[in-house]
Each structure stands twice: as C-alpha cells, then as structure tokens.
Design a protein around this ligand. Structure first.
Ligand code: FAD
Length: 291
C-alpha cells in the first residue's frame, strides 16, 4: 500500500545525505520537512532537537501474509508441490542431497535452504557466524483518527540506539510501532519450530516509555506484543552461497531483520543459481567469516 514513508533523521549526518542521494540517483520525489512542517503534517511524531523528516511519497508497506500466500499459490499453479512437514535433516550423498522429512528420506539434485531463524539447526556450519534472534512487534491503541494510512505514513527513526519503525492502523485503531526493545537470542524447543514469543512486563514497560516520549495520540500501553524470529549474521549482511563443495546445497538466509522486501529478488536469484543461469555475488559468501 502506497501511504508514503517518513524517515526521521538528524539534519546533520550521513542518513539524510544517503537518503537524498538515493532519491536523486533514482529520480524519486522527496521532501525534507523541518520542525514546523512536521508539526503541521505529521503531528503524531515528537521531534528531538536537530531532527528533520525525510518524506518519500511513493513509499509504503507490503501485506506480508497476503504476499506469502499469493507466492505459494502462484508457485503451485506453476507446478510446485508444497509439503507442510518439517525437514529434520539435510545431507549430501555423493552428487545428491538427502532431505529427512518425517520418517521419509527424499533425494534431490540440488536444494535451497531458506529456513530463516532455523537455518543453523539444519546447517550447523552457520552457527559460527549467525544466531536466531527474536524481534518484538508491538501494537498501540490510537486515540484519534490520525493514524489511518491516508494520514500516517510508515516511519523509521533511531531512538536511544534502537531502530524504531511503525505502520499505520489498518483497522483505524492498532498502530504497529516496533523495534522498541533490543533483539533477544532465541532458544528453539529441541527438534521443533516452537519458541517463546512472549514479551516480559519489563520489555512492555520500556516499549511504552519510548512511545510515550516520541509519539502523540497513541496510548503508551501496548495492547499486543509478539516476538518473531529471524537469523542475524554477525555482520548483518545476507548469506547467499553454496554450503558444500559439490555445490548442491544453497543457503539463502541470515536476512537479519531486513529481508522481506528483498525476498522476490532473492528467490529469483536462488532459482537461477541452482539452474546455473546466474553466478554468486562474493559479498554474501560464507567465506567472508573465515578466520
Ligand atoms: C518482527 C519483524 C519485523 C520485520 N520487519 C521487516 C520490514 O519491515 N522489512 C523487511 O524487509 N523485513 C522485515 N523483517 C525481516 C524479514 O521478515 C525476514 O528477514 C525474512 O522474512 C526472513 O526470510 P527467511 O526466508 O530467511 O525466513 P522466514 O521468513 O522466517 O521463513 C523461513 C520459513 O522456513 C520454515 N522452516 C524453518 N525450519 C524449517 C524446517 N526444518 N522444515 C520446514 N520448514 C522450516 C519456517 O517455518 C518459515 O516459514 C522483519 C522481521 C521480523 C521478525
């Protein structure tokens, strides 16, 4: 949904220059909004000294559940088979790859592993330079109508070292404002996909305190909070590389909290790579972590 995107950044510093440079490079419209203009157009945000708004009117957000569902349905229409069972093991056998699924073993020429936070459970090699982390999503109640997509663009800003971001209230009431507490390492239940997605009272209090000081027109008490996991690499860049010397297992992961918008491009490149129509980009190789 194209509701615009607002980045609140220091007027002095690299962020504003980078945003403007990209907008210029790709010919995008943008506006830099000073304190008075921000108060008039986006009074929901409390600016700190030296901050300005960088507004990109063509920005917006993706409906992630719909996007994933549509992608699965599209894949099925194009001949894919979806198997809804967890894979418990990936191993190379000569030139082939064996996947353990339930009590069966299935053989493939090549496999793409994109198991997100669970990547290191399937491919232990990844554990040396990546770890599953819980990202806490929080929702706050709007006290006014000023948080609809027409009035409230998606936003991001740094507060106390945290990358805080949010989206408008699609139901007119629940504003998503997240990134308010630091990521936490996740422990998965042995052999499974389950993990503790709850937030502590202390975390909810911290989240509310930030919202109370940085936003107007929303209650500072979160009405909902849920943790979701992602795989974070130690340098926060992606993993896109063969895991084995016979080039039969390709890992695409370590998306470090920023991969959704890249997923179509990554999927296309992964498919082309296993079909040998594309070559790998060294920037995302596993060898960069070699000591
Ligand atoms: C709270 C939160 C907010 C985010 N906000 C943004 C954002 O605003 N913009 C953005 O670009 N990105 C965002 N991201 C990041 C983005 O969602 C992730 O980087 C991306 O989804 C990771 O993709 P993935 O395919 O690596 O993992 P996932 O999307 O987690 O997919 C992995 C899939 O593999 C399945 N799986 C795992 N293990 C097995 C197994 N053994 N057998 C079978 N299936 C298995 C899992 O069930 C899951 O469905 C956010 C992430 C979180 C957690």
């Amino acid at each position: 949904m194209e509701c615009g995107a607002l980045s609140i950044v220091p007027v002095e510093g690299r962020s504003l220059r980078t945003l403007s440079d990209y907008a210029e490079k790709f010919g995008l419209d943008y506006e830099i909004l000073g304190r008075a203009e921000m108060a008039r157009r986006f009074p929901q945000h409390v600016l700190r000294d030296g901050e300005v708004g960088f507004f990109d009117p063509s920005g917006g957000f993706l409906r992630t559940d719909l996007a994933v569902n549509d992608a699965v349905e599209d894949a099925c229409r194009n001949g894919a088979e979806v198997v809804n069972d967890p894979v418990s093991g990936v191993s190379t056998r000569g030139e082939a790859v064996a996947l353990s699924v339930g009590d069966r073993v299935e053989m493939f020429d090549r496999v793409i592993v994109s198991a997100g936070a669970w990547g290191a459970s399937l491919l232990p090699k990844l554990a040396g330079f990546s770890s599953p982390r819980r990202v806490l999503m929080t929702w706050f109640q709007a006290r006014s109508h000023g948080f609809s997509p027409a009035a409230f663009p998606v936003f991001s800003r740094t507060i106390g070292g945290l990358n805080v971001y949010g989206a408008p209230a699609l139901d007119g009431r629940h504003v998503k404002i997240s990134g308010l507490v630091p990521h936490k390492e996740v422990d998965f239940a042995p052999g499974g996909l389950d993990f503790d997605s709850s937030a502590s009272v202390e975390e909810l209090r911290e989240a509310g305190t930030i919202v109370g000081s940085a936003m107007r027109g929303v209650s500072k008490y979160p009405v909902r909070a849920t943790g979701y996991p992602d795989l974070y690499t130690s340098d926060r860049d992606f993993l896109f590389d063969w895991v084995d010397s016979s080039r039969s297992v390709l890992v695409v992961g370590g998306l470090s909290g920023k991969g959704f918008k890249m997923s179509c491009g990554l999927g296309k490149r992964a498919a082309r790579t296993v079909l040998e129509e594309d070559v790998l980009d060294d920037s995302f190789s596993l060898s960069r972590f070699a000591v």
